[in-house]
Design a protein around this ligand. Structure first.
Ligand SMILES: [Fe+2]
Length: 146
């Protein structure tokens, strides 16, 4: 079966801690897609799509925090705008979850598709820029920074 969100090798930042967190977020999105695409989503594997999106929210917050710490440590020049983007994404995710809980929005594959797009766009547009900064200044990510 085709995966809902397929990771591409050119999305790797070359920063081990961040890359593994990105892969984990992708895995969670795919797990949610698997449940939403199943005939009876609530009956699969124990966790519900809602529990998994809440898990995604928690892990996204932790991921953003460690990415922000990394950016500060390597003197990344666009920290402020990147941080603002993280805050916006977190607010959007929070609002999305609230809308689903309040029945204002249906939790279906279309909803997840918009979430998938912001995740990918953020990685491609903003996160990869951190890697470009490291490369430009020949800074090697230290193992203990994450
Ligand atoms: Fe980021």
């Amino acid at each position: 079966m085709k995966r809902f969100l397929t990771w591409r090798d050119d999305w790797y930042l070359g920063i081990e801690g961040i890359d593994s967190q990105h892969l984990r977020l992708v895995e969670l999105v795919n797990q949610i897609a698997g449940l939403l695409e199943a005939d009876n989503p609530d009956a699969v594997g124990g966790a519900t799509p809602m529990q998994l999106i809440q898990q995604l929210q928690v892990e996204t917050r932790l991921h953003f925090r460690s990415e922000e710490a990394f950016m500060r440590e390597c003197g990344y020049p666009d920290y402020v705008s990147h941080h603002r983007e993280h805050a916006m994404l977190q607010a959007e995710l929070k609002e999305l979850i609230r809308d689903i809980e309040e029945g204002k929005r249906k939790f279906d594959i279309d909803t997840l598709t918009s979430l998938k797009h912001w995740l990918i766009n953020h990685v491609i547009d903003s996160d990869l820029d951190i890697a470009r900064h490291l490369h430009k200044h020949k800074l090697a990510p230290a193992e203990d920074q994450l």
